[in-house]
Design a protein around this ligand. Structure first.
Ligand code: SF4
Ligand code: SF4
Length: 349
């Protein structure tokens, strides 16, 4: 099967609403980035979910950094419900139906596979586009070391049940030093399960892994580039659509910050609204929802930093994760770090 590789450029007329509807979770994954101190412990009820969904579906004018050039209105808004584990919320079916009613272009639920509250029986396959299951290994030995005992079996059983009922299913693999060696086995598992959309994420040093001072989980450039593009190609040859972060830019590639040229909103139960996922552990959010109203925050916010131009590429990466950057003898960065929202796609054609 022929395959095609492409960089997915930011779409100025598309808005992505990453809606964390709670921070509670039944699991305790080693790389979990959820931070209730910063993100709140509220479980949003139906009324609040409806109200917040309406804010972002309304093409509401939202915080703009000085150099932002995107138009005020968008054509399409995608919503991704996350947590914690979003199926723990009994209000999730309501939120999914409300998103559909409000005309969201696509609706995805990220889940750890436990599918609480009989979610597969409480909504129809037409109500949403994808359940996106998180699985970090091709067998229990790898996955359950990271995500907990018994999780592999529960998650793969959830995937099978969702597919049997006719739901769209995708799979997310978070790559780190704990499981990169097993990524090569994932295309076969995906084929066995019947899943044809695969997202490879790269772990970030923040939240729990950084705080606990565990073994370094983040991959080096060599480790990432030696494995990920090759496995992505192998999966695409099996008919699977693969997406993964670009991470490093080639010398001839243009750097672009999604915080300036795209519309991504990462919203948390305490009302914080971020435009850059790297900033989520810090109280520098661009805006916040207060009593159902979206309000711009005063400086200094994340969006006040986006337009700083540095040779290392992403300015927030340089501030928060300087260890990611290598320099040559003259002190020049060996390669620029791409925006973490910039993706590569490998797909069958
Ligand atoms: S399933 Fe997600 S939210 Fe829950 S512990 Fe694992 S990484 Fe964290
Ligand atoms: S990751 Fe870097 S480039 Fe991307 S939105 Fe954040 S600050 Fe901008």
């Amino acid at each position: 099967m022929k395959i095609e590789r492409r960089t997915v450029q930011f779409q100025p007329n598309t808005r992505n609403f990453f809606f964390h509807i709670l921070t509670q979770c039944n699991l305790c994954c080693r790389h979990c980035y959820i931070n209730p101190e910063q993100h709140g412990r509220q479980i949003l009820n139906e009324k609040t979910l409806s109200r917040w969904l309406a804010i972002f579906a309304d093409n509401h004018p939202i915080t703009r950094s000085p150099n932002q050039s995107i138009p005020e209105s968008t054509n399409d808004t995608n919503v991704i419900f996350l947590g914690g584990e979003p199926t723990l919320s009994p209000a999730l079916p309501h939120a999914i139906r409300e998103a559909r009613r409000l005309g969201y272009a696509s609706i995805t639920v990220d889940t750890n596979g436990y599918l609480f509250n009989d979610i597969l029986d409480r909504i129809s396959p037409e109500a949403l586009d994808y359940f996106s299951f998180s699985l970090d290994g091709s067998h229990p030995g790898v996955n359950d070391f990271i995500r907990g005992d018994g999780v592999f079996d529960v998650c793969t059983s959830g995937i099978r049940r969702a597919l049997e009922k006719g739901f769209g299913v995708s799979l997310i693999f978070t790559a780190s030093r704990m499981n990169i060696h097993d990524l090569v086995n994932m295309p076969s598992l995906l084929t066995d399960l019947g899943v044809n959309r695969f997202f490879i994420q790269v772990i970030g040093i923040r939240g729990k892994p950084a705080g606990k001072g565990e073994m370094p989980l983040q991959l080096s450039r060599d480790e990432w580039e030696a494995v990920v593009p090759e496995v992505a190609a192998r999966a695409a040859e099996k008919g699977i659509h693969v997406t993964y972060p670009k991470v490093f830019l080639m010398p001839d590639e243009t750097f672009s910050c999604a915080g300036i040229v795209a519309e991504n909103y990462f919203v948390f139960p305490n009302g914080r609204v971020y435009k850059c996922p790297l900033c989520e552990d810090y109280p520098i959010h661009s805006a916040e929802i207060v009593e159902g109203v979206l309000k711009e925050r005063p400086p200094i916010r994340e969006c006040d930093l986006f337009s700083l131009q540095i040779p290392e590429g992403c300015v927030l990466n340089k501030i928060l994760h300087p260890g990611n950057i290598s320099y040559d003898r003259e002190g020049r960065p060996v390669s620029r770090i791409a925006c973490c929202m910039l993706k590569e796609e490998v797909l069958p054609v």
